[in-house]
Design a binder for this molecule. Sequence first.
Ligand code: ATP
Length: 448
Amino acid sequence: MESFREVFALVSEYCKKEISQVAHSLWIKDIEPVKLEGSTAYLAVRSEFKQKILEEKYYDLLTRAFEEVMGFPVDLVITSLEPTKAQAEEAVEKLASCSPEEVEKTTAGGDYEYTFSTFIVGPSNKFAHAASLAVATNPAGAYNPLFIYGGSGLGKTHLLYAICNEVLKNKPETNIIYVKGENFTNELIEAIRSESTAEFHNKYRQADVLLVDDIQFIGGKESTQEEFFHTFNTLYEANKQIVLTSDRPPKEIKTLEDRLRTRFEWGLLADVQPPDFETRVAIIRRKAELLDIDIPDDVAEYMANKLKTNIRQLEGAVKKMKAYKLLAGTPPSILIAQNAIRDILNDHQPVPVTIERIISEVARTYNGVTPQDIRSNKRSANISSARQVAIYIVREITQMSMSAIGEEFGGRDHSTIVYALQQVEKNMKIDPRYKELIEDITKNVRNS
Ligand SMILES: Nc1ncnc2c1ncn2[C@@H]1O[C@H](COP(=O)(O)OP(=O)(O)OP(=O)(O)O)[C@@H](O)[C@H]1O
């Protein structure tokens, strides 16, 4: 028996080289080598789900690995065992440290479409929902533009896609363009670089419905705002529907040009707020249904009490419960919910903002300046100014030491960094627009 364990250790090693580490630790590592009878190898796993995955996805790999190790072809028989309590506890422990991507893999197939029918309506979002539905059933005939704003994970993107799906259902030939504010900027930069701005204009100005997610990202970016202004006017005058989302209302996007701000306010502003308790419970039930898992009422209520501000987190917790059930064989309970919620809250700690992100956000704001320019020694006024702003924001957000910042910006010394910080602080005092620009870039970096 011991020797079969040793054989399997080699098989496992072989597999490790062939697949990702995550896949290996999730599917192969815990396989129990039961016995070898003649040329048949018996393996056991702790759930039917794992057994199914192994049979469907890893059977060939395991067969190859056995043949490689044993020197002759081997038949595989994979069975599933009910987990013992200790095994279940161990699995819970292991799952607690799974990344969202790993959990995502185990719940793959539970995806649903972002439509109005999968959107749960409650007091916190009923206005935005009604406005979106009106726009979807009667594009450019209800509210134009529709501007939806609110915190992260509260359903703005879901509503945009729901509009898109509904419009296409009623009129499949509609030319709908969905774009993220950040990508609109990137595409424009690319179009300018490759001298294809005419195509860029045409693409956006031919939309029947234009949906822009996270429009706040165009704030402070001159040519993007200019371009968007003309796109907006063309579409609006041609009676085409425009829907925008943002993490804040137009008046709070400080670096948005006034002419855009007023246009964004021409139609309807609709906010989405964090859902109340009943809506949270309803969302958990609906997500559980979509993922085909039973969550008892007391467990759903417990979860709704703990996760209050972000629907993405509620959804994540339901997915975790499903993963626990599939991988560890443990059905939803308050205990399991506690684990799932702890993971979710840990997973959603703000991701450390990287210097890369700050530099590219600053570069996007300064026309004609690239991230490479910011890190370089070039001294043109525009580049130096962008570099100073990047240095200031890096210091603000990361609290890194001056010399560490100097290293990041092409080996500059401590005094150069101090000088940059002083310059930015001085400019912020004398120029309110400059100050707003810096505040907006900082917000964008933090919220992205
Ligand atoms: N009312 C709702 N009913 C059902 N699911 C919802 C609801 N609101 C949000 N969700 C789900 O929560 C998740 C996050 O929603 P979404 O991506 O739309 O948020 P967002 O407001 O666009 O967030 P961000 O600003 O961070 O992009 C999605 O999976 C979405 O389906």
